[in-house]
Design a protein. Structure first.
Length: 365
């Protein structure tokens, strides 16, 4: 079976933010922009992928068309071995343009689509290709926007709990909103993603209230994110550290592990190099760490993450961006049930096909 065509499609999914306006980087005029990749084969089988996008979509799409797609037309794709071969060839050919960042974002989307194709060829879900589902559903955590306001953060945290979430994650970098959320949700698990803005000196000044907030985990607290020694020191202070959403390929995760920098490893399937790269990360000697993939998106990347966790890391929680989607590419597959869990679809490939009508209606170009 040969690859005969690859298309990129940008869609903007409308949503409502449950709180006030936010400066959170992924939101754009109440549209969640997604970069879809559609790979067509000469046997009529289609694979869907997603490259990390939001405000980097234009750069990633240009990389796909100028550097990646020309190498793929005519390639044979019949097995998992073919995926690994293609992935290695592309990384070798493109390494001169940068091992990490936009180049790997582009390759990640291609990899996801190729796994979708192989699942459809073999009439299996990706989870089955990876060894089989270990669980039927996953504990979801509500991943809130950055509000930078104690009352707003508390109100949205309470709303998420009332909606059925039993785990809350903030994107705050100041103590008052963190403490207000803790008070609002009681003893439920609370995580804080700082998005790398603190220095080690900053943390020394706030370490007491930070400890009092009793965090389930503290995510990417330091700038730069590869300050592994600093992260290791925070682990020694008693914090459960999560990191890795900005890391690409298994090599960076191996370095993180060797430096004892993280309790929670967070590869993002649309950024790290795709499903193939998460398989490699899962094979690393994790020491005292566990893998909880990063997934603040609603396209094929989210569906791939469900498959990965369900098969490879079934103890992991699943991140669900806390917004109210007004158009859903997968017809509610990311919604929680009454127990705060998200079910894992069992169809071939990614488990479900995207809604073509939604793609056509909300396509930006």
């Amino acid at each position: 079976m040969k690859i005969i065509n690859i298309k990129t499609i940008i869609i903007g999914l409308p949503f409502e933010n449950p709180g006030p306006d936010s400066s959170f980087a992924i939101a754009d005029k109440n549209l969640l922009k997604t970069l879809l990749i559609k790979i067509e084969t000469d046997k009529g089988i289609i694979g869907w992928g997603e490259s990390f996008g939001y405000t980097s979509i234009a750069a990633t799409e240009t990389t796909l068309h100028s550097m990646v797609i020309p190498h793929l037309i005519g390639k044979e794709i019949n097995s998992i071995e073919d995926i690994h071969k293609i992935n290695k060839e592309l990384q070798l050919k493109l390494h001169v343009f940068g091992r990490y960042g936009i180049t790997i974002f582009a390759l990640s989307g291609i990899d996801i689509a190729l796994w979708d194709i192989i699942g459809k060829i073999e009439k299996k879900s990706i989870a089955e290709l990876l060894g089989g589902l270990k669980v039927e559903s996953l504990k979801a955590y509500a991943s809130l926007f950055l509000y930078d306001d104690p009352k707003a953060t508390a109100d949205v945290s309470s709303k998420a709990v009332n909606d059925g979430y039993k785990i809350i994650k903030l994107h705050e970098n100041k103590i008052p909103p963190i403490l207000s959320s803790r008070e609002a949700i009681g003893n439920l698990p609370l995580m804080v993603d700082v998005n790398c803005v603190w220095s080690e000196e900053d943390i020394k000044k706030i370490i007491t209230p930070l400890k009092e907030s009793n965090l389930y985990w503290l995510e990417e607290p330091l700038w730069p994110p590869e300050n592994y020694k600093g992260l290791s020191k925070l682990r020694d202070e008693g914090f459960t550290i999560a990191s890795g959403e900005n890391s690409c390929t298994a090599h960076q995760f191996a370095e993180m592990i060797s430096n004892n920098a993280s309790d929670i490893l967070q590869p993002s399937v649309t950024k790290v190099g795709g499903i193939s790269e998460i398989i490699k990360i899962n094979k690393l000697k994790l020491k005292n760490s566990r893998i909880v993939p990063h997934s603040p998106y609603f396209g094929p990347g989210f569906m791939a993450t469900l498959q990965i966790i369900g098969s490879l890391t079934p103890e992991s929680e699943i991140e669900r961006l806390y917004v109210d989607l007004k158009a859903d590419l997968y017809n509610g597959a990311s919604n929680i049930d009454s127990k705060g869990n998200i079910s894992i679809p069992i169809g071939h490939g990614l488990g479900m096909e995207p809604n073509i009508e939604i793609i056509e209606k909300y396509s930006i170009k």
